[in-house]
Design a protein around this ligand. Sequence first.
Ligand code: APR
Length: 313
Amino acid sequence: MARKKIALVGAGQIGGTMALVLAQKQLGDVVLIDIAEGVPQGKSLDIMEGRLVLGSSCIVEGSNDYAALKGSDVVIVTAGLPRKPGMSRDDLLDVNFGIIEKVGKAIKEHAPNAFVIVVTNPLDAMVYAMQKISGLPANKVVGMAGVLDSARLACFVAMELDVSAEDVQAIVMGGHGDTMVGLHDFCSVGGIPLPQLMDKATFDKLAKRTAGAGGEIVALLKTGSAFYSPGVSAIKMAEAFLLDKKSVVTVAASLNGEYGVTGGLYCGVPVKLGANGVEKIFQVKLSADEQKAFDVSVAAVKDLVAWVDKKMA
Ligand code: APR
């Protein structure tokens, strides 16, 4: 059986991180695609030269041509500008939409059977645009946000309780912006429901830090935004698809009636990810307050999507 092919469109900070992790995990051969001449070629050659040390036999190539997408099983899209200090993700809408338009058309032409994971911000609007432009089925086009936001919340819970981050289960739903919703009742630590270990006020502080976690890193880095944790989060989703893991994770998925959201709007919800992409959307029971917060988050996504719809009309 031939090795799987994973295309990374965008060979910047996140793209480069993902190429290295993919080579380490040996999930398949990798092609890095970017408009910057030499960058995808240089990063891929650099990883190729480290394979003896990594213990990896994956082939990693670089290209400036979207035709290199051909035959990809998975395409992960990070092409686009990252934030600068003081910017919100939404400030990237105009410029990144133009990039997603080009990449979406290329995926439609060269990789119509791929599983597509969008990382470019503003995430929910960009993955919505990607699905419409590429014309791929909605179960095969997802956005990476919930895996990262949940991991960030789990990290802050672990730090607060001084326990291992890998023993914390957390869930953050809604849009990938300031309005995202962390769910106290749905978190657990080594199987212990979090409300038994942490009061709501403390949790709310951590959920607030989670909503601003991307901005916290932008402010520290001064140029660019987070890339290690977004990179590994997207790879977790690719792995769920490639290995048909039936993983239960939160992703930006196309909603058609779930949680009262219609029109294929993309928003972060818990799903089952396997060889068919999004195989199930879990409709968890939210409290009145949580549903209210989720609705506020959906409204924020709707505003951005209305802009996208107008642009595509
Ligand atoms: N096609 C392919 N690549 C492109 C295109 C395009 N049309 N336009 C820009 N790029 C490339 C850039 O040349 C750059 O190498 O996208 C890459 C983006 O890399 P970085 O600037 O390092 O950004 P990164 O940190 O990887 O974040 C990428 O993900 O999390 C989001 O907000 C973040 O939107 C940003 C994206």
